[in-house]
Design a protein around this ligand. Structure first.
Ligand code: UDX
Length: 440
């Protein structure tokens, strides 16, 4: 196989599209596949089907270079590539905590029968431990070439920083069964390894677990500080000052200690639930039972935010105009999967409020998922005539809000800062009834 293997990327969602484009940026020839024709058409036309800073520019640059193309044909992919990255989604199953592996199964079952020469198939999707072994069995059963091998290489990119996290990751994790597989992965990540990026070479189970363990740790850190916020609320303490103080201990660190409305998105919530489900199957549910608490603390923050707003409107949302700032699960993303902001907005809507939402990027996705809510095209429009304002996603545009300017637009000076990004004193001085999570 060549020193610079040809790459395929199967699945062009947040992970796959970014991986495909970044591999071209690193100098590889890449083909991206998706079974969704509209995604392929959009990528071919140079349009990234989701919001990710920096990605559209790189896509445009590399479509022009001729080293990147997109297809719906598995035959084309099998013909072209030496290393195939499987990047399809593993959402939470309906009615269960477990991960839905339908897309992973289907990708492997579609690709394997077409593999007529020695290639490496690399799983990147976040999966329950044990999946890689099963996928190797699928390959063994269906691939005409007996030398096709599997590796597992989890991905740690964050939305909003996906390009940077892919081009300069903190580490690479290679779950492999042979030196050949390791050498192929080293060839596929050569420019990144040359930067001095640590490479952890391990077995399948550990590689699968690194990803869920990392996400579980991050979710736990967030829920820890949000649990402290609950205690602050009962004692008059200030969780922001508390987090600042404990974060100065470099064993704890400041990162991922922002108390507020908690975590959402396509990864942390479903990954901790899938971990609980898998651990239960393995008979080690006690080892991760704390993750149930992590999930519950996280969800309680949403309920608390609804209650804080309710207190400000004197116990009755009926007919109240509620301006919701933010719909995406975090800033610099248009992803609304398990978004705390939208969850709160729709709960308040169901309690009779006239809810109007504004997000700089996620309005279209939010409108599709929650057509029952109203949407504004600008900050000015959402604030106009509001009886209550809720800041639920910390976009830069909201961080720099001027209380004096907001006061002139809204009907009543009432605000809940669900992300602890505003200065309480400034808002109170401007006359606002200001409430926040975990702060007096
Ligand atoms: C996460 C992991 O960070 C990434 O490594 C993995 O590959 C995928 O899952 P992502 O879902 O993009 O990435 O978002 P992240 O930046 O981790 O934030 C997750 C959620 O936690 C967001 O809703 C964010 O608002 C919330 N969060 C984060 C907090 O509430 N407090 C914090 O201190 C940090």
């Amino acid at each position: 196989m060549s020193e610079r293997p040809k790459i395929s990327v199967i699945g062009t969602g947040y992970l796959g599209a970014t991986h495909a484009v970044c591999m071209v940026e690193l100098g590889y020839d890449v083909i991206g596949l998706d079974v969704d024709e509209s995604k392929v058409a959009s990528l071919r036309a140079g349009k990234v089907p989701f919001f990710e800073p920096g990605l559209p520019e790189l896509l445009g640059k590399h479509l022009d270079s001729g080293r990147l193309r997109f297809t719906t044909s598995y035959e084309e992919v099998a013909e072209f590539a030496d290393v195939h990255f499987v990047c399809v989604g593993t959402p939470q199953q309906k009615g269960s905590y477990a991960a839905d592996l339908t897309y992973v199964e289907s990708a492997f079952r579609s690709l394997a029968p077409l593999l007529t020469r020695q290639v490496l198939v690399v799983g990147k999707s976040t999966v329950p431990a044990g999946t890689a072994v099963r996928m190797q069995e699928v390959i063994n059963e269906l691939a005409p070439c007996a030398e096709v091998e599997l590796a597992w290489n989890p991905e740690f990119l964050r939305e909003g920083f996906a390009v940077k996290d892919t081009l300069t990751p903190d580490r690479l994790v290679f779950g492999v069964h042979s030196e050949w597989a390791e050498s192929q992965l080293r060839a596929a990540f050569k420019p990144i390894i040359e930067l001095g990026t640590p490479v952890v070479v391990t077995d399948f189970a550990t590689a699968e677990l690194v990803k869920v363990a990392a996400n579980s740790f991050l979710a736990t850190k967030i829920s820890f500080i949000n649990a402290m916020a609950e205690v602050c609320e009962a004692t008059g303490g200030d969780v922001v000052a508390l987090a600042g103080a404990i974060g100065l201990d470099d064993r704890i660190g400041k990162k991922f200690l922002s108390a507020g409305l908690g975590f959402g998105g396509g990864c942390l919530p479903k990954d901790i639930r899938a971990f609980i489900a898998r651990a239960t199957e393995l008979g080690v549910d006690q080892a991760v039972s704390f993750l149930r608490e992590v999930d519950q603390i996280n969800l309680r923050r949403r309920a608390r935010t609804v209650d804080l707003g309710l207190e400000l409107v004197d116990g009755d949302y009926t007919g109240k105009r509620v301006a919701v700032l933010g719909a995406a699960f975090k800033p610099n993303s248009d992803d609304i999967r398990d978004s705390p902001a939208l969850d709160v907005a729709s709960s308040i809507g169901a309690m009779g409020a006239d809810v109007i939402v504004y997000d700089p990027e996620a309005n279209d996705n939010a409108r599709r998922a929650h057509p029952e809510l109203k949407y504004a095209d600008s900050l000015d429009e959402v604030l106009e005539g509001a009886d209550l304002t809720l800041l639920l996603t910390e976009w830069q545009e909201f961080r720099v809000l001027d209380p004096g300017v907001v006061a002139k637009k809204v009907k009543a000076l009432r605000l809940v800062d669900g992300r602890n990004i505003l200065d309480p004193a400034a808002w109170r001085e401007a006359g606002f009834a200001y409430r926040a999570l975990g702060r007096p």
